[in-house]
Design a protein around this ligand. Structure first.
Ligand code: ZN
Ligand code: ZN
Length: 248
C-alpha cells in the first residue's frame, strides 16, 4: 500500500504519476498566468517581476509556436535557450519544463531577459524578449516597487520591516504584470535557432584518487593527471553562478 500523502489525494497523485505536468499544462493551455506564477514560486521561492516576466514570455512563446509544455517530458524535444541567469530563468524553467537537469535548457550567457523556444528537428523557433521599457510598466503598476528595491536589495538597508514590505510589493508587482497584455511587456519574433547536439550519454569512470564516479568526458585526458577527476587534478573548471559562466 502506498504511504498516504499529506499534500496529494490519491486521484490527483495517480494523474500526476502518469503525467507530472498535467496540472501545469492545463494552466498553460488556458493561459492561467496566476496559476503558472504560483507553480513557479514553488521552485523560485518568492514572487517577483522577473519570474512573472519569465512566466509570461514562456506562455506567450509556446502559444505562438502552437506548442505547450506537455512536449517537455525531459527528453529534449522542446528546448529553451535562456539568456539570463536571474529570476526570469525560473519562470522559463517552470512553465516550459526545460531545465538544467533534463538538458532541455540551454543557458546562453548574454545577460538579456530573453528566451527562445523550439522543438528539435524544427527550423523554426520563437525568441521572446522583455521590452527595454519594462521597468516603467512596473513603476506604473506598482510605484513603490523600485524605491523599496533600492532601499532593501541594493543598499541592503531598512531592517526586517522594509524587507517584509519589499516582499509584499514584489508579489503585488508580479501579479499586476500578469494582468497586462503580453505585447505591453514583451516582443516576440520567429527565428531559426541554433541548438547544440543532444546531451551525450557518457560512460562513467571511477576517479582513482577520490573514488567518486565521474562522467568519462570530465576526467583529465592526458599528462600526469590522466584519468583523474578535475577536482583531484586541481584543474580549472567553469561554473554558472551569479556573474554568469565563469572560471572557478
Ligand atoms: Zn525573483
Ligand atoms: Zn577525484
Amino acid at each position: 500500500m502506498e504511504t498516504p500523502s499529506v499534500l496529494i489525494d490519491s486521484a490527483r497523485r495517480a494523474e500526476l504519476k502518469n503525467n507530472p505536468r498535467a496540472e501545469f499544462t492545463r494552466a498553460i493551455q488556458q493561459k492561467d498566468l496566476a496559476a503558472c506564477l504560483l507553480k513557479t514560486a514553488e521552485i523560485h521561492g518568492h514572487f517577483c517581476p522577473g519570474s512573472a516576466l519569465g512566466v509570461m514570455a514562456s506562455v506567450w512563446g509556446l502559444s505562438r509556436l502552437c506548442l505547450d509544455s506537455s512536449l517537455s517530458d525531459g527528453l529534449e524535444e522542446l528546448m529553451a535557450i535562456v539568456e539570463i541567469n536571474a529570476c526570469f530563468a525560473d519562470g522559463v524553467q517552470a512553465v516550459s519544463g526545460c531545465t538544467l537537469g533534463n538538458n532541455a535548457l540551454v543557458y546562453r550567457d548574454l545577460g538579456k531577459h530573453a528566451v527562445t523556444f523550439t522543438v528539435r528537428g524544427s527550423d523554426t523557433g520563437v525568441r521572446v524578449r522583455v521590452r527595454p521599457d519594462f521597468q516603467s510598466q512596473i513603476s506604473r503598476a506598482v510605484p513603490e516597487f523600485y524605491p523599496l528595491l533600492e532601499k532593501v536589495i541594493i543598499k541592503r538597508g531598512g531592517g526586517p520591516e522594509a524587507a517584509a514590505a519589499f516582499k509584499a510589493t514584489a508579489r503585488k508587482a508580479a501579479f499586476a504584470l500578469i494582468e497586462l497584455p503580453f505585447e505591453h511587456l514583451l516582443i516576440s519574433q520567429l527565428t531559426t535557432p541554433q541548438l547544440p547536439d543532444y546531451a551525450p550519454i557518457a560512460a562513467s569512470l571511477i576517479c582513482p584518487v577520490c573514488g567518486e564516479q565521474v562522467m568519462a568526458s570530465k576526467v583529465v585526458s592526458e599528462g600526469e593527471a590522466k584519468g583523474l577527476c578535475y577536482a583531484c587534478a586541481k584543474q580549472q573548471t567553469w561554473q554558472v553562478e551569479g556573474r554568469g559562466i565563469v572560471i572557478q
